[in-house]
Design a protein around this ligand. Structure first.
Ligand SMILES: [Zn+2]
Length: 252
């Protein structure tokens, strides 16, 4: 069988994304980054089971979007939650990269009732609206409640294709889905944008919590969020290049 190789620079982007998000404190020993295969949309690229800060190009495997399983015999140990990625690539043809993380400032917004993560600054417009503009209801990104799908005795992990599909349904057309008591999953049209959104979801969560401690909060309107997103995300190369340099500068 002809094995279509992914572009080396796409594999390197996945490696760099792991290292950047580790350095930024978005990923620790857990969490993962994937990219849809550039030559075969039925595949995606993601590391084997490894701490993100240790991922290298040789650790990146090709997986099936249909099954969430790697396209190789006798695979190494894999991430338990790989079905997050496969289910989202299956449900969202527009998505080219996925980050799943447990970043600490975002997590309270998955737990606290009666408060929603909202875009509160111009760098975080991606938190507003849906993939189709105007879809935003002002309610903030969706929150996935695993109990609605698997009862109240799970370890909260997305361990199956069925739970992955339920998470993808909850994500809908949004760019991030929060996961109650667990973390969040961010999607984007590129690895660089997925990294940007992961970093700035954390920034927004900190800002929003600080602002809420001071008083009532004004979030961006859907129109402001859209305009700010288009402006800022058009410059994604700038933070990417800086963060990539930082992430790789202290390697021994
Ligand atoms: Zn997780």
């Amino acid at each position: 069988m002809f094995e279509a190789m992914a572009r080396p620079d796409l594999i390197q982007d996945v490696v760099d994304a792991n290292r950047i998000l580790y350095r930024k404190g978005i990923l620790d020993a857990f969490g993962h980054v994937s990219a849809r295969h550039d030559r075969d949309p039925t595949r995606f690229l993601m590391a084997r089971n490894l701490a993100p800060g240790q991922v290298q190009a040789a650790d990146i495997l090709a997986y099936s979007v249909d099954s969430g399983e790697p396209l190789m015999e006798a695979p190494p140990k894999l991430y338990l939650e790989r079905y997050i990625h496969s289910a989202i690539y299956q449900a969202r043809p527009d998505v080219m990269a996925v980050v799943h993380h447990h970043s600490p400032a975002v997590l309270p917004f998955t737990i606290a009732r009666g408060v929603r993560l909202r875009p509160v600054c111009h760098m975080c417009g991606f938190l507003g609206g849906g993939a189709s503009e105007g879809a935003g209801d002002g309610a903030g990104p969706p929150v996935f409640e695993i109990r609605d799908h698997a009862g109240d005795a799970t370890d909260l992990l997305i361990r199956s294709r069925e739970l992955g599909a339920a998470l993808a349904t909850c994500l809908g057309a949004a760019r991030i889905v929060l996961m109650r008591g667990h973390g969040a999953t961010v999607v984007a049209e590129s690895v660089k944008l997925a990294v940007y959104r992961s970093v700035y979801a954390e920034v927004n969560a900190k800002l929003q919590a600080q602002a809420m401690a001071l008083g009532e909060v004004t979030a961006l309107s859907d129109s402001e969020a859209k305009a700010a997103r288009i402006t800022v995300e058009g410059q994604v190369e700038r933070p990417w290049n800086l963060w990539k340099q930082e992430a790789n500068s202290n390697d021994a």
